[in-house]
Ligand binder design. Structure first.
Ligand code: 13P
Ligand code: SF4
Length: 305
């Protein structure tokens, strides 16, 4: 048996489920039971009857699954798979910001630590942020963090004036506007699909702005389009290409021609996935007192999405 077949066999023996984010390596997406965006990963974790969840994504995704399923074993192939965006807001800094604005609601992006979620009123993902903020009382001021680009986009779409944390994702910050303009010139009438973590100047040139799942859905629902320009982490191209084999997906390069891959997402490999499932290693542990406070804003999100 090859490694993927051995992984599938272990899943059966152990009643384990493999969940993968769209930015994972193609071979991991292909072996997973479920591939999705951050919201779908949380929704599936909340309802699975598997005994073991292997979260092939970054640390906050596995932590969210553990908070939702405290009685299950949640494993991550590479525990050092972090997120620059989650790292851009420490719990103590959020606590100080909250203390300066005691009358504000705190809305936090799911790309945050459990300790930050524990200080939050409602968690959002890129899939539901707009919908959830629209449901919050208009007279209530909001602190939004840590992604300044997503927050700015929601402010623009809703007319709200949320106070924004100055955080961001290093991958989405570096997409080249010049490259988008030149691709648009080269391929007129081609739609630009962009993730809301991109800079405002990139979003200005986007035809569709949404989560990884929303961008994928758009491509699937528009078979008349034979080409798309894609401004998000390039791992999504694997599923896009599988779903729409006759369509050309052109990834936007980073400024200076650099890479548009998230090195944290790529830390998980098929071998590490096999090892962690075999040995049941790299188990996620969340402090009980933190988890007790962190689950409320996540559940509120699931109810409001
Ligand atoms: P999605 O929820 O859109 O999949 O995004 C997660 C993420 O980390 C984007 O960088
Ligand atoms: Fe975090 Fe950015 Fe990587 Fe997404 S792409 S996991 S936001 S560092």
């Amino acid at each position: 048996m090859n490694l993927s077949e051995q992984i599938r066999q272990l899943c059966q023996e152990k009643n384990a489920i493999i969940m993968a984010h769209y930015y994972q390596r193609p071979e991991i997406q292909d072996v997973a039971d479920f591939v999705g965006d951050s919201l779908a990963l949380a929704q599936v974790a909340a309802t699975t009857d598997a005994d073991i969840i292997v979260m092939c994504g970054v640390h906050f995704m596995a932590e969210t699954a553990k908070i939702l399923c405290p009685d299950k074993k949640v494993l991550i192939p590479e525990p050092a798979a972090g997120c620059s965006l989650a790292d851009s807001c420490k719990a103590e800094d959020l606590a100080a910001w909250k203390a300066e604005h005691p009358d504000h609601l705190v809305v936090s992006y799911v790309n945050t630590s459990a300790a930050v979620k524990a200080l939050t009123d409602v968690v959002v993902t890129s899939s539901n942020a707009l919908k959830i903020v629209k449901q919050l009382p208009e007279d209530k001021p909001i602190l939004f963090g840590p992604d300044q680009n997503l927050g700015g986009y929601i402010n623009l779409m809703t007319g709200r004036k949320m106070d924004l944390w100055n955080g961001g994702c290093h991958v989405h910050a570096r997409f080249s506007v010049e490259a988008i303009l030149s691709l648009k010139q080269q391929y007129p009438d081609t739609k630009v699909l962009a993730h809301p973590e991109c800079k405002a100047v990139v979003l200005q040139h986007a035809d569709v702005i949404g989560s990884t799942q929303a961008l994928l859905n758009y491509a699937k629902e528009h078979p008349e389009q034979k080409r798309f320009i894609v401004a998000t982490e390039s791992g999504i191209l694997h599923e896009m290409q599988k779903a729409c084999p006759d369509v050309a997906f052109i990834p936007v390069p980073a400024e200076g021609g650099g890479c548009n891959e998230c090195e944290y997402m790529r830390m998980n490999t098929l071998q590490k996935l096999y090892d962690c499932l075999l040995n049941e290693s790299n188990e996620i542990v969340v402090d009980e007192s933190v988890a007790k406070d962190a689950i409320r804003p996540i559940q509120r999100m699931l109810e409001m999405s």
